[in-house]
Design a protein around this ligand. Structure first.
Ligand code: AMP
Ligand code: ZN
Length: 649
């Protein structure tokens, strides 16, 4: 056979597999089989000293260049005008509607990465450019070619320029930072730095991705709306985000914005807002541009999640397990709805790695569900000085011990901070759920009544409590009752409440489900513990160590004497959802996510956060997200709320 024919065939097959893998997220062959095709192609290329323009081998091996060439864009790339509040957005919207009452809009994510345009001629990827100043950009062809989800050839044969955002997924950044001494500060910088790197190999290693949203130029002028832009892009196998929607009223827009604002932390892509574009291109043309912005599109920006601030001081805190955590005191900043004055630095290695110093400016990020974190250094000042790691525990004064990258106080029974935090943990909502007992209360219990073990809580009398500051009759009664009423915990909550190192809520649940009774759990050997699914050796060892400690056993005995009786785990493996995996999307009428999860789990099922081929059911409520599309493409059974209610009846 003509080698060129075989090469075409291989390119076709590899491109198809690429598309299945990177765009549809649904691989149809193994990595090894894929590599075999690629190897054969590269061998033929070498033997014949011939490479097709769209060969996947061009994604690698391009040479390091000495500088980026600059070139004018064929069509200038405008920036987007911005609005920061719904009210301001409404003014813009009303203005358009007064001129064009039937306008429909495209509602899209505003991806936070680096804008790239790609020129295709005769169906072949010819040139990629950054936005630059919008008039002149930089040629980054070889860098962009390393992004595997971008097609190197497309069915459309006339000249076309497509535009999108090169991004790095948050999970990729985490992966990268885990293995790298020089951490990247955020996905936006990471993506921009990867593309604007003279060595395409560096770009490749960052595993970027790209989402497309515009066609600035098309030779045959065949696109007349934003909807058609997306159709064109999809037909030519560019990655398009499944969230895009056509909307035609402001209520819907507001609703969608609120939804995205809530969900943005949970998705793997960094978005800094949404974009609204008039769908019909005739209307767009009539509206035209200002000198910088199109008048037919607008960005609504979310309040920032990340700002810079100055580190004023660093305090070292002792956690429940003795772990020492540095906490930075920073100049107050207002970040996504709250004033922030403290941010975590995780551990001392992190401080060194991120080169954080006192009096330096740093990036602070706050996500909805986690404490603010210092991501990296922005700039040093003349007063910048190194942060010193204490050599002894700030609570008990005992020398600290280094374990891998973390530092610990190992004075388990003698460290006031650890003892207090263990009792706070014992009382917390997901543990014994003793309401009305704050950290301050435990402080008072520790100081006034020498409480050192959880069992001692049950000996407190109302008279004791009445002696404490702020404890009047009502509060005293409440706290007393809450303590006494906590004597019959579920196994899961009790295991969690003990505060065994490495045991979080999920692990406690797994253990409870497996062992069924507290006695079984307590008597389990290391070998039995590692049998439990998802229990790592280090966790098993923590459990064994915990029960080897006489004082822990004493606490358990004393709890028993005070009638603290752990319930047996009721789950006996016959639930109707046993072995079934659910994913939830959209909002349900009669259940919150937590309630629906409870209904599923209490019947033996499992709830996971993303759809895969292992998902049995997608439970879909109102306004579903991209999980819906994915479930459709994988053929996962989709059920609505009614069907769900019928199943659990
Ligand atoms: P800004 O960089 O804040 O001025 O916002 C304009 C930029 O938003 C554009 O240059 C694009 O890089 C980016 N962008 C992200 N997502 C979209 C989208 N869906 N449509 C248009 N532009 C987008
Ligand atoms: Zn200590």
């Amino acid at each position: 056979m003509d080698y060129k024919l075989r090469m075409r065939e291989l390119i076709k097959q590899i491109n198809e597999h690429n598309y299945n893998y990177y765009i549809l997220d649904n691989p149809t062959i193994s990595d090894a089989e894929y590599d075999k095709l690629l190897d054969e192609l590269m061998l033929l290329e070498k033997q014949n000293n011939f490479v097709f323009d769209d060969s996947p081998s061009k994604r690698v091996g391009a040479e390091v260049i000495s500088n980026f060439e600059k070139e004018p864009h064929k069509v200038p790339l405008y920036s987007l005008d911005k609005r920061q509040s719904i009210d301001e957005l409404k003014v813009w919207y009303d203005d358009i509607m007064s001129k064009y009452p039937d306008t429909k809009f495209s509602f899209e994510y505003k991806f936070d990465g680096l804008t790239i345009t790609i020129l295709y001629e005769n169906g072949i990827f010819k040139k990629a450019m950054t936005r630059g100043n919008g008039i002149i950009g930089e040629v980054v062809t070889n860098q962009v070619k390393t992004i595997k989800s971008i097609p190197l050839s497309i069915p459309f044969k006339q000249t076309v320029i497509v535009q999108g955002e090169a991004i790095m997924l948050k999970s990729e950044l985490e992966k990268y930072n885990k293995n790298n001494p020089e951490p990247l500060k955020n996905v936006r910088n990471a993506a921009a730095g990867a593309i604007r790197n003279l060595n395409p190999q560096v770009t490749k290693e960052r595993n970027l991705d790209m989402y497309f949203y515009a066609v600035p130029y098309i030779e045959d002028d065949s696109i007349h709306s934003q909807q058609e832009v997306f159709e064109f892009l999809k037909q030519n196998k560019f990655k398009v985000h499944s969230y895009n929607k056509i909307v035609d009223n402001f209520d819907e827009i507001t609703k969608l914005i609120n939804k995205v604002d809530k969900e943005k932390e949970k998705i793997d892509i960094l978005i800094d807002g949404i974009v609204l574009k008039i769908n019909d291109f005739n209307t767009c043309k009539e509206l035209g541009h200002t000198s910088r912005f199109p008048k037919f599109a607008i960005a609504y920006k979310f309040a920032p999640q990340e700002l810079t601030s100055k580190v004023l001081d660093v305090k070292f805190q002792v956690g429940r397990t003795g772990k020492i955590t540095p906490l930075a005191i920073i100049e107050p900043i207002f970040l996504s709805g709250a004033t922030i004055q403290r941010a975590t630095l995780n551990n001392y290695s992190d401080i060194k790695r991120k080169k954080i110093k006192i009096n330096s400016y740093v990036y602070v990020r706050r996500s909805n569900e986690v404490i603010p974190e210092i991501m990296g250094i922005a700039s040093d000042t003349a007063e910048s000085k190194e942060i010193e790691m204490p050599s002894v525990c700030p609570s008990c004064g005992q020398p600290l011990k280094q374990e891998d990258i973390e530092t610990f106080c190992t004075n388990y029974w003698g460290c006031p901070a650890q003892i207090k935090k263990r009792i706070v943990h014992y009382c917390s909502k997901d543990a014994m759920n003793i309401e009305g007992v704050s950290e301050k209360t435990i402080d008072a219990f520790y100081n006034e009544f020498s409480i050192r073990y959880p069992y001692q809580l049950y000996d407190l009398t109302k008279n004791d409590l009445l002696q404490l500051e702020k404890f009047k009759d009502k509060k005293t009664n409440n706290v007393y009752e809450n303590i006494q009423n906590s004597k019959n915990p579920t196994l899961e909550k009790f295991i969690y409440a003990l505060g065994i190192r490495n045991i979080g809520k999920k692990t406690a649940k797994d253990l409870a489900k497996y062992f069924k009774t507290f006695e079984n759990f307590k008597n389990a050997t290391f070998e039995q513990l590692v049998e439990v699914e998802d229990i790592a050796e280090i966790t098993a060892q923590s459990i064994v160590d915990f029960f080897a400690d006489k004082k822990n056993l004493e606490n358990l005995d004393e709890l028993k004497k005070r009638d603290v009786v752990v319930q047996e785990s009721k789950n006996n493996g016959t639930g109707i959802f046993e072995g079934k995996t659910f994913v939830l999307t959209g909002t349900l009428d009669n259940y919150t996510r937590e309630q629906a999860t409870f209904e599923i789990e209490s019947r033996g099922g499992k709830v996971t956060s993303s759809v895969s081929k292992n998902t049995d059911y997608l439970l879909a409520g109102e306004s579903v997200g991209s999980k819906y599309d994915k479930a459709m493409s994988l053929g996962v059974k989709i059920i609505d709320e009614n069907e769900f209610v019928n199943m659990i009846k």
